[in-house]
Design a protein around this ligand. Structure first.
Ligand SMILES: [Zn+2]
Length: 151
């Protein structure tokens, strides 16, 4: 191999102002290629699907719900419960480090946002009015989830 003494022609180090160090890093255009418009709006722009419109709010099969953006396992069907909210609701994630919580004061509310810990995508919010044993209600958009059934 010849040594490369030339100048790097076009060093592309694009660091956004709110860059965070997640294990999955993609540009916004890469995310857009891999997600539907609805998924992109919710996962990458912290949108919310309309209640009772998602595919998983009344879904009761046995298995694991994965992040629709990166595939990480997030919630098990054993922790899913009927909250009546119109969004899939869980009282705990599959593990404590599957999700991260971020204070969200948007829309004049004081809420705790839930993001995928692996890729940083927006999943939903967590509230403290869930059932025991945790008392938590992870209120998650169906569009952020990808279900894989198990026998
Ligand atoms: Zn993810």
């Amino acid at each position: 191999m010849k040594d490369s003494t030339g100048q790097p022609s076009n060093a592309q180090h694009r660091h956004g102002p709110d860059e965070e160090h997640h294990r999955v890093e993609k540009t916004e255009s890469e995310w857009q290629e891999n997600l539907t418009a609805e998924q992109y709006r919710i996962l990458r722009e912290a949108g919310t699907e309309r209640a009772f419109t998602g595919k998983y709010y009344a879904h009761h099969e046995t298995g694991v719900y994965h992040c629709a953006a990166c595939g990480q396992a997030l919630f098990g069907s054993n922790a899913k419960f009927e909250s009546g909210s119109g969004w899939p609701s869980y009282w705990e994630p599959v593990s404590g480090n599957a999700v991260e919580r971020v204070v969200d004061r948007s829309h004049g509310m004081d809420r705790t946002e839930v993001r995928c810990a692996k890729c940083g995508s927006h999943l939903g919010h967590v509230f403290e009015d869930g059932p025991q044993p945790t008392g938590l209600r992870y209120c998650i958009n169906s569009a952020s989830l990808d279900f894989e059934g198990s026998e």
